[in-house]
Design a protein. Structure first.
Lengths: 320, 274, 545
């Protein structure tokens, strides 16, 4: 077991290196750098002055050095958890990470929680009542979640809240630790909108897993023993069919952190996603790289935890 | 007839998909006006002259929705065909070959998948500029690794089965084994991946439009129309209604069709959406 | 409180024309009621910022969001009069005198003014501010950029007297810069301590409000400065601005009554303003307001096809400005005008004359123009041609560009729209990296007729992105700049406009832009300024019950 964990942790290294290199290269391909963007942001000065200022900023930020050197320097500092200074926000990138990450993590957890709350029972019902009208309704309901782009679901929720209920969620962010009620009032809506989308694949997976498990021998035996439907479904079938669902949720949960950017914009949540979009707009390389680095790290950790959980729930995996 | 009885939703999906494909192909003939022709009154509600009304710039919404079918299905189909095909071949070969090729390709896939998809698409679009073909490029890059991973696991399972071992023992060449045995067996997975991912591509394209990095705004993409429509939801609800219905219908139908194909081809395959 | 304006008669006149014209253009009842009832104390004004400013250094930055975030915290030597924002009024300088040769300005500063941290304000602070923005190595795109070419030196005469020596007499540009919202006076001890003004903690000014809180990406709050140097002001307990990036979010906030004022960029569209009216009924005033901004279609003269004057002429003739303004701006604009008569008076070409000018006319005349344009394109490109049409992905530029593309397609110029992110777009345009820019607004800092010429249409213009150069035209514009006789000057500018519109220009005016805004009826004492940057300190604003 320990060997397994250590091996998995070692695999983090090349993946993180690769992911950071990928985003490093990608950002360098985006036309313009932060020096140009800061200097030209209103497009009102004379170009000779501008060129001089651009050179100044580039030197200051080390952007005039070869790309290879820039990457190595960044990497060397990142290893020591020094992510440099955000030139677009004029403060250490670490402050941005500490400020923004908890919010997005909260939103992601809330989203996933709501999605599971809604998707798993429906998936079970749909499987148990396979090919009845309930099954069809539930399946249609779940596909409908996939069929609207999430930005539209979000805008629609916002519009209907204001139009029908004359209610607007708070525009001002309050920390969960300081004012949980206000915080939830703001966070619940983006979480709902996103959960509606994510619930669809979870529900479908639960359904197909349940169907598969229900056909298995031990479940048939349980029925044969005369156990009630309820007991069979909940004690035996559900527990076993949830395994792949857990993996899937973990996998998607890790990715959710980047996916909620659209919800953050619509519901004015100052999270990681909005910070990242802003940083991409400014070509603020240190910020983009650090945020993506941490997102990738979280994704990998969540997956590791899920794998371990999976192994713990299903001993056959550990042996393999 | 038996198919209809066993897969009523699937047949319904297939009918709608066929309808959309027909609309897409015949858009130049069917559409009453050009999709970029901005010569009519603004915000004309749906009526006899404009069945779906006109938009904020005075364009016929019906024509744009029809041309939109062409664009959205084109973007969806091309990106998914390229992405899933490359991904599948990649998955099959590395899965079958194993060893260094497999391990290193797994790490590459890890790297791409560790980046949040929307962020990857956003920075890609910023790098290459917004055009219809670049949207296809970004979607392809998103889809390839997922497809590779899914197909690889199927290929691995097949490669480990006794009849492949038998074939290998009989001295059949690797190329022949892959072509004759593994490829055909991965076909079901491939088809399912294609049908489900087209709808995913359509929805992601719409999200890119919302973030301002989708297809150029005068191109009649459903996502772009929906985004523009959110500016006047009350004044002109038809501007969100019709493109919204079009997207929903397409995604719905493709998913139902995908489900049915999955059930017929291999009931054990499960939700490959991601 | 007296101000002596020995040499700026011309400027004052123009501001007055503009003031009168604007006042007659719209009646903002929220403000006209203001004189009737007595201001009340208390309450917090809520409004919004369309982006997260991130950096707060008003001397080093130029986006409107930075101005909005810090305006009420600082004071300037002079500022735009809060009661009549087209006029210059004293702020930290009680009054100023000008030497006989017009080159030395002496500012007599208020006494007893305190910084928000309790330190006394003196002329050394003013000197530190001027030294900072005048430093050739310091990037100061607004205040510094206008002052650097004008100022020869500065001096502290005594703790309450500050002197500026100009290189040559230039009353208009100098006073306009000193009174602009970008030339705020910062404290020497704060600059010494923090090095710049980016941090929230460094927001220590002498203004009516103290900087209270900056929750990044979410909200910026000011609180009342109880020691403000004008007794009895401000009326408000505070100002709160939400950072709302998404268009639908901004509209939802307005509909729900969460924000009381929309006087920021971008303006609302007509449809949005109608929706707002139906949601808020008579709680709000929706008004149309000029924003001292012109919409230009830029053609790059250094690249084919627009290095060819015929092709530029074709675009000029083909663009249907009336349709563009009607559809993209809901009619809120002055089509085809190079100068807006409302803002600059007689120097603008009369609208009746524009109506007859090829390119600008409507009806049968326009048909003729379009046919002529088509002929010009055919002459060089018998099968038409494909080009890229760029625009920055902000405001309603997307709508506007789609219309421009649709119009030019009719004469055989088939455009593919190319979007740029906001700042990246400016970088590309500044470097001349474009063929055609379909929608780009240029905002003026003042309302002198010379402003758009100096900025856009002359060879040296900072926004002459198309690199168009016509020495004869430059000469007329230069004579206009120097002419002091009002009538002669108006004539010169009218000639320049005729010359421009009959030629093959590269920065083609679509028209002057106006927008729809709203104010809650409770908001009193607020006078929108023709520039979005000015008069957002809210020092005299109060809330009715």
């Amino acid at each position: 077991m320990q060997v397994y964990v250590v091996r998995r942790l070692l695999l983090f290294v090349p993946t993180l290196l690769g992911a950071s290199l990928l985003i490093f290269v990608l950002m360098r391909l985006v036309p313009g750098d932060i020096a140009q963007i800061l200097v030209y942001q209103t497009g009102s000065e004379q170009s000779t002055v501008q060129e001089k200022q651009i050179r100044q900023i580039r030197t200051e930020l080390g952007l005039d050095k070869p790309l290879f050197v820039q990457y190595i320097t960044w990497l060397g500092n990142a290893v020591r958890l020094d992510f440099g200074e955000s030139y677009s926000q004029r403060r250490p990138v670490r402050d941005i990470l500490i400020e923004r990450f908890p919010r997005s993590v909260e939103l992601a957890i809330l989203t996933m929680g709501l999605a599971m709350l809604w998707a798993i029972p429906l998936g079970v019902i749909s499987a148990v009542r396979q090919n009845t009208w309930i099954d069809y309704v539930v399946r249609i309901l779940s596909i409908s979640g996939l069929s609207l782009p999430i930005f539209f679901t979000g805008v629609l929720i916002l519009y209907l809240l204001v139009r029908v209920f004359r209610y607007l969620p708070p525009l001002e962010y309050s920390a969960l630790t300081e004012n949980p009620a206000e915080n939830l009032k703001q966070m619940i809506w983006p979480a709902l909108a996103q959960a509606y989308y994510i619930a669809a694949p979870i529900m479908r997976l639960t359904r197909s897993q349940m169907l598969e498990v229900v056909r298995q021998d031990y479940v048939r035996t349980a029925f044969a023993k005369g156990l009630s439907d309820r007991a069979v479904i909940y004690r035996h079938a559900l527990r076993n069919s949830l395994l792949p669902v857990v993996t899937f949720i973990g996998w998607w949960g890790g990715r959710l952190l980047g996916g909620i950017v659209i919800m953050e914009i619509i519901f004015a949540v100052p999270g990681m996603g909005t910070a990242l979009v802003q940083a991409v707009g400014y070509r603020d390389y240190p910020t983009v790289q650090a945020i993506v680095f941490v997102m990738a790290l979280i994704f990998l950790c969540v997956n590791l935890v899920v794998d371990l959980l999976y192994g713990w729930l299903d001993p056959r995996i550990r042996l393999a | 007839m038996r198919l209809l009885a066993r897969q009523p939703l699937g047949v319904a999906g297939a009918v709608v998909v066929l309808g959309l494909v027909a609309t897409a192909l015949l858009a130049p003939v069917l559409a009453p006006h050009g999709p970029k022709e901005a010569v009519f009154g603004q915000f004309v509600p749906p009526g006899r002259e404009f069945p779906m009304g006109t938009d904020n710039l005075g364009r016929d919404v019906l024509s744009r929705v029809m041309w939109g079918a062409r664009l959205s299905l084109y973007v969806g189909l091309v990106s998914v065909l390229i992405g899933v095909t490359i991904g599948s071949l990649w998955g099959i070969f590395t899965g079958y070959l194993g060893g260094v090729a497999d391990v290193s390709s797994q790490r590459v896939i890890d790297c791409v998948m560790a980046l949040p998809p929307i962020i990857l698409a956003l920075s890609l679009m910023a790098a290459v500029g917004s055009s219809v073909n670049n949207v296809i490029l970004a979607l392809t890059i998103l889809l390839t690794p997922t497809a590779a991973r899914t197909v690889r696991s199927v290929a691995l399972a097949i490669a480990a089965s006794p009849y492949i071992e038998a074939a290998r023992a009989a001295g059949t060449s690797h190329v022949r084994i892959v072509l004759r045995h593994i490829l055909p067996n991965c076909l079901a997975t491939y088809i399912v991946l294609v049908t489900t991912n087209i709808s995913y591509a359509i929805v992601v394209e719409a999200s890119l439009s919302f973030l301002g990095v989708g297809a150029p705004p005068d191109e009649p993409s459903w996502g772009g129309m929906l985004t523009a429509g959110t500016q006047a939801m009350e004044t002109a609800p038809w501007l969100i209604f019709f493109p919204g219905v079009a997207i929903s219908l397409a995604v719905f139908a493709l998913n139902l069709l995908g489900d049915a194909i999955r059930d017929i081809a291999d009931p054990r395959l499960r939700g490959g959406l991601g | 409180m007296k101000i002596r304006h020995p040499r700026c008669a011309r400027s004052t006149q123009n501001w007055i024309i503009a003031a009168a014209a604007i006042a007659s253009l719209v009646a903002v009842s929220a403000t006209s009621d203001a004189q009737q009832d007595k201001p009340r104390y208390g309450g917090v004004l809520n409004w919004f910022d369309y982006g997260d400013p991130a950096r707060l250094d008003v001397h080093a930055e130029s986006p409107l969001v930075v101005q909005q975030a810090t305006a009420g915290v600082y004071s300037s030597l002079l500022h735009k009069d809060p009661d009549a924002p087209t006029k210059i009024a004293p702020d930290l300088a009680e009054h100023y005198t000008v030497s006989a040769d017009g080159k030395t300005y002496t500012f007599h500063l208020r006494k007893g003014v305190k910084w928000h941290d309790g330190q006394p304000f003196t002329a050394t602070d003013v000197k530190a501010t001027f030294d900072r923005v005048l430093n050739p190595d310091f990037k100061s795109p607004k205040c510094g950029a206008t002052l650097k070419p004008l100022v020869a030196g500065t001096e502290v005469v005594d703790p309450h007297t500050f002197q500026v020596r100009l290189k040559a007499p230039a009353p208009d540009p100098f006073l306009s810069a000193v009174s602009s919202a970008w030339c705020r006076i910062a404290a020497k001890h704060v600059l010494d301590k923090f090095g710049d003004l980016n941090k929230p903690e460094a927001q220590i000014g002498t203004g009516p409000f103290k900087f209270k809180r900056y929750e990044r990406g979410s909200v910026i709050e000011w609180e009342k400065n109880k020691d403000y140097f004008i007794q009895g002001l401000p009326y408000l307990d505070g100002v709160k601005q939400f950072i709302l990036v998404g268009g639908p979010t901004q509209l939802a906030a307005a509909k729900a009554g969460r924000i009381m004022l929309w006087d920021t960029w971008p303006p609302m569209g007509k449809a949005q303003s109608e929706e707002l009216k139906s949601a808020r009924g008579n709680e709000i005033d929706v008004y149309r307001w000029p924003i001292n901004t012109i919409w230009i279609v830029f053609l790059n003269t250094k690249k084919p096809p627009f290095d060819n004057p015929d092709m530029r002429r074709a675009v000029h003739l083909a663009l249907n400005r009336q349709e563009l303004i009607t559809k993209a701006l809901d009619g809120a604009g002055v089509p085809c005008a190079m100068l807006d008569p409302k803002l600059v008076g007689e120097a603008a070409l009369p609208l009746a004359e524009l109506e007859r000018t090829p390119g600008c006319r409507t009806g049968a005349g326009k048909e003729q123009d379009i046919a002529e344009a088509e002929k010009l394109v055919k002459k060089h490109y018998p099968n038409g041609l494909d080009i890229e049409m760029a625009f920055r992905q902000v405001g309603n530029y997307s709508d506007r560009s789609q219309l421009v593309a649709a119009q030019l397609r009719k004469i055989g110029i088939r455009g593919t729209l190319k979007t740029h992110e906001s700042a990246a777009g400016y970088a590309a345009f500044g470097k001349g990296d474009f063929t055609l820019i379909a929608a780009q607004d240029r905002a003026m800092d003042g309302t002198d007729p010379s402003d758009p010429f100096s900025l856009i249409w002359t060879t040296q213009g900072g926004s002459n992105w198309g690199k168009w150069s016509d020495p004869k035209f430059d000469e007329v514009a230069d004579r206009g700049l120097k002419e002091t006789d009002k009538a002669k000057r108006a004539k010169l500018y009218q000639d320049a406009q005729r010359m421009f519109l009959s030629g093959a220009p590269s920065a083609i005016p679509v028209g002057w832009v106006e927008g729809w805004f709203f104010a809650d009826k409770k908001v009193r004492g607020y006078k929108p300024s023709p520039s979005a940057y000015d008069n957002i300190t809210f020092m005299k604003v109060w809330l009715a019950p």
